[in-house]
Design a protein around this ligand. Structure first.
Ligand SMILES: [Zn+2]
Length: 82
């Protein structure tokens, strides 16, 4: 279903949670939470409102740090090659 928010849609809460974590790995200003949209009845990420509790879970925090390091290493390698 189309949504006037034009945001990415996630069918399940699990998908939204995964997308939220990936956003925090990749971006300097990531989404901080997700919500169930009343218009399309699917989940969207948002950078407003209180930070989702998921992002305070130690295993999630650890995963974000680890994957950010991997990302930095691969970016550094990419720079050397070019
Ligand atoms: Zn929507």
């Amino acid at each position: 279903m189309d949504c006037s928010s034009k945001k990415n849609q996630y069918y399940t809460e699990d998908e939204a949670a995964e997308a939220l974590i990936r956003s925090n790995i990749r971006f300097n200003k990531p989404a901080i939470s997700y919500y169930l949209c009343s218009e399309c009845a699917q989940y969207h990420l948002t950078s407003r409102g209180p930070k989702h509790l998921l992002l305070n879970q130690p295993e999630v925090v650890e995963r974000i740090h680890k994957e950010q390091q991997v990302q930095e290493w691969s970016q550094a390698l990419g720079r050397k090659k070019s």
